[in-house]
Design a protein around this ligand. Sequence first.
Ligand SMILES: Cc1cc2nc3c(=O)[nH]c(=O)nc-3n(C[C@H](O)[C@H](O)[C@H](O)COP(=O)(O)OP(=O)(O)OC[C@H]3O[C@@H](n4cnc5c(N)ncnc54)[C@H](O)[C@@H]3O)c2cc1C
Length: 443
Amino acid sequence: MKQILWFRRDLRIRDNKILEKASNEVMPIFIFDKNILEKLDMDDKRVTFIYDAVISLKKSLQALGLDLYIFYDTPKNVFTELKKLDFDEVLCSSDFDSYSIKRDKDISKILPLKRYLDSFLINPRKNLKKDGTPYKVFTPFYKSLFWLSSSYQIGESTTNSKLKLYKYKSKTPTLEELGFKSVELPEFLKKTAENRLDDFKEKVEEYENNRDIFYKEGTSNLGVDLRFGTLSARIIFNEIRKLDKKNSEVFIRQLFWREFYNYILFHFPKSEQENWNGIEVKWNEDEEDFKRWCEGKTGVVLIDAAMRHFNKTGMMHNRLRMIVSSFLSKNLLIDWKKGEQYFAKKLLDYEASSNIGSWQWAASTGADSVPYFRIFNPYLQSVKFDKEAIFIKSVIPELKEVNPKLMHIEGALKDKYLKPMVDIKYSRQRAINVFKEAKNARV
Ligand SMILES: Cc1cc2nc3c(=O)[nH]c(=O)nc-3n(C[C@H](O)[C@H](O)[C@H](O)COP(=O)(O)OP(=O)(O)OC[C@H]3O[C@@H](n4cnc5c(N)ncnc54)[C@H](O)[C@@H]3O)c2cc1C
């Protein structure tokens, strides 16, 4: 039996299903997919992260007497060539977004493809309601998975120690040969994935208290690892669960929001393009308004700080994501899809399902969304979660000497800062009217 082990978003050795399922002679590969890379900017931070992770995986596999052969091409071309070497099958982890589903379908016409559930805790095809339809609301979905969420440990995969390497001549392309330049990553991403997990283990008890305070490092910062599989969801679950610390439940629940959005996108693939609840909103199509939001020049300091920080680092705290997405889709009345695409372009932990699900949540168009009349007030959010303007000042240095109190009062900064592009009370009411109309039109 000759197998290709196709690593994709499972860039690790520990708890890797394909390393367990592989049986004899194997050729581990990673493909820098031209279909994806050609759409990215040359300074895309994710490519630097993935490139480093792939090289590190290659070294880890070499330490096991294996290797990782790295290609820069389309998967179709790679497998068409490899088929000529008489491989029996390809092993890989399941991926559920639309591009991956189509890609895998095409590849399975070239070579048999065996896929294993590895990037998520549950297979979205399973776990339906009694009537055979999918859950649409998080809480019942989560309750139905109590058997899993309450378990002490979820079985991890072990590496088959009897694997033999199929030797192949290839040269690892440099990042430059892939058309990218190496860029500076945020400090926490310079550590190993295991170190990031260790750091979080120290903080998990304070997770519930600190997770919304965006100037503190209160969350796990493990989103990028989950996205590219430098850690599996099972490892994270198990390591946090066995600490048996106060508040670990709150964290584990968040891991299931990731499952929920993956499940929703799988069952409702159209929600990638359309409002999940089918309402038709009269969006504001002013490109200048959208540009000001993207660049962090709205005049609303908290929104601007969040967006400028994001543009620089590729990261944004969850609460800030909720605030800026509410501001875009409600106060500015701009289609959530534009915000979703902007995040998709830059977010280091970009995951189609979580991003689409969360944007639709914020825009009140999705599954289990925020009600349309609940709109974040950015000034109330900043006074509550950044009273001393620590985060704001760290991003907008020209406000360093300004009294923080003024930053939490609409219009109080006067000539010290840009004039706010919208009045919060007015734009809130406008959004309520527009969404009410859209909702009524549907009934
Ligand atoms: C508009 C918007 C867009 C978002 N886009 C993404 C995205 O592209 N990719 C992404 O992974 N998350 C996304 N999220 C969810 C959340 O903001 C991030 O998962 C979180 O900020 C990552 O930081 P962390 O790992 O420190 O989170 P922690 O609080 O430590 O949570 C641990 C893990 O749980 C999962 N998780 C936590 N909250 C959520 C949530 N609300 N929805 C889904 N999963 C969650 C993530 O995998 C996260 O890494 C988005 C949220 C909003 C409001």
